[in-house]
Write a protein that binds this ligand. Sequence first.
Ligand SMILES: [Zn+2]
Length: 684
Amino acid sequence: MSLTGLGRRVGLLSLFLAAEVFAQSPPAQVAAASHSGLDLSAIDKSADPCNDFYQYACGNWIKNNAIPADESSWGTFNQLYERNQNALRDILQDSAANQNRSPVDQKIGGFYQSCMNEEGIQQRGTEPLQSELERIRHVSNQQELVDEASRLQDRGVAVFFEFNATPDPNDARMTIANLDQGGLGLPERDFYFRSDEKSQEIRKKYVAHIAKMFELIGVPADDASKKADGIMKLETALAKGSLDVTARRDPQKLVHEMPASDLKQLAPNFNFDQFFVQLHSPEFAKLNVSVPDFFKDFNTLVADTGIDTLRDYMTGHYLTASASKLTKAFVDENFDFYGRTLSGTKELRPRWKRCVAATDQALGEALGKKFVEKTFGEEGKERTLEMVHEIEHQMAEDIQSIKWMSPTTKQQAMVKLHAVSNKIGYPDKWRDYSSVDIADNDYFGNWYRSLEFEVKRELNKIGKPVDRGEWGMTPPTVNAYYEPTENNINFPAGILQPPFYSNQADDAVNYGAIGVVIGHELTHGFDDEGRQFDADGNLKDWWQKQDEEQFNKLADCIVNEYGSFSPVSGVELNGKLTLGENTADNGGLRLAYMALLEDLAKKSTPVTQKQDGYTQAQQFFLGFAQVWCESTRPEEARTLAQTDPHSPGKFRTNGVVSNVPQFSKAFGCKAGDKMYAAHACRVW
Ligand SMILES: [Zn+2]
């Protein structure tokens, strides 16, 4: 799935977390039986909720749940994902073992089986790589370079830059072609330029890692090291023309529509016409170039860099893309840098977890359909939808009542709110993978054929209407997202389970958990990024100037607040990078709390009524906080602070409750307490 910067899906947590960080088996503490649905065993009663609410709500959970050796962080999300993952393994093992397999079983069972066949993979060695490496070796001029770059991109290896399909920013119902920056091996631009000691060390290890990858295909150490230096130099030059993660949150910075013929002026040294033809892209007359400066730099680079280095670069990226599908030596080397160095993870996850994840990535909706049939309850869907409507109603009340917004802008905001659509659980129409050839004994080939299918599927959208029924996450995913270009919120089946939602839990806890998630996604439509899109998903300014100024002033309060939080010694959160998510957390909690109050009023239940020793209000805040119980390794915390638009769980919790007077009231906090809302930030 391509994720264009423009119309970036904004999820509850980074997909990176949900997709890459998988759970180690049990030690998870079983939640102590409670009537409310709260995890009472997680609570640290020795902590003062008014001083550090996160410690109070999660302290014992953190103490009792060490991070498994094969994880970079460990939290409530992982525990739930682990449950989903076990269900997925059962499905895949059944599909693999079934003698009279249905076509879908043949695909997912065959894929999983081919991945689990480590012995077969080991025996094949580097053989699966050879034909492509041979092609790259034969590249001797610009024309052959374009051909090979398009061939690699066709197989999902995005060398030099990204090419994909995206909703037209000016006409979001239609899809256009999109060229974007890309081609880096480190997580993002600034990793190439930070001058602190730790960052320099990461770069050194990265270069050593590339060299080792070349050694694994038989290149002598000296030569491999020279190649790695050349690749690093080239990537650094690509990074120079790239925007950093924070700048990329501003959709206006990523919109530059132009006639396709203009590419000849922008980057005359790279024959894009030939590239598109080789890639079998549909023809198009105009496209969006997200970062034109990047392509100016690329144009110079492609002419000035020796063909040897360009070949090495393509080889290096092909090896990285292939590593996890190859022998143990490749898998281990890849893990050593991306797992150990960047995230601090001690051990590789067990093979079956990696294979479940790979099947989810490659054939997600075939596997997801079975997952839904097996695990998803319709009553959860109905209740979630009901809560969505209640929370939308609260957003309407909120918009009407805020003082800083003019009636004209309010009217537009209401139009946008009423146009939000909701998708819950799974797609109405499942993706058809019948054209992907899956062989039981060819993991490498299965992987690249599934990528080719995905690239083709994506590019075929160019010039066609956007299919808003399509999902950007697979059903077992423990996450949710708002899609600004479609103005819809999406809740995969995977998240509609405890501790987010339970039929058995008290409503107060459900509102604090899944209710806040719903409010969070809805608020994304009105955060600093989402607010720039209109009701139909077009990037169109519907704000009066003075309202925009007011919004920015209120948002700055959140930028400064979260910018002062430090997740690991010497590192502070980037208040601007995390602004959208923090705005969504703060707004989402308020909306869910208002919805709870209305629900309680309807049932004539007093807010002070207790269950498990906690009032309704206290249960709500605890339900919210316990979703975020987690521990993170310092290496991972540092990498996330530099790349992730989401704040860590501790600050998602304490940052929000210290902005909400209702929290202080619920727990009796007083002026001077750390969680007391004295200088509360509030946008929505
Ligand atoms: Zn979010």
